[in-house]
Design a protein around this ligand. Sequence first.
Ligand SMILES: [Zn+2]
Length: 103
Amino acid sequence: MDAYTQRLLHNRVTETLEAIDTTVAAADDEVLAVLGATELPMAVAALRALLDGHVLDDDGRCRACRTRVLRRPTPGCTIAATVHHAFTDHQRGRRALTAAATA
Ligand SMILES: [Zn+2]
């Protein structure tokens, strides 16, 4: 894939994520239910596709996250860690919003 097509693809994914964020922020319960049924499975499929290439070996190292050719992979997986941190940051944000709404 050439650089122009890569940029278009990246922009499309970014725009889709921004559209979902904007819609969720303004959605009522009915719209949230529709989004949960349509966009959530897409997000789960995208994350699974991303993580499918990042499998830890018996030593807990991810070959896909190897930083240099012929160098042993570093421990863990940067992609899995990034996804995990995004989830926990999102959960903390939701808890803070819930606490502020009930205070
Ligand atoms: Zn990895």
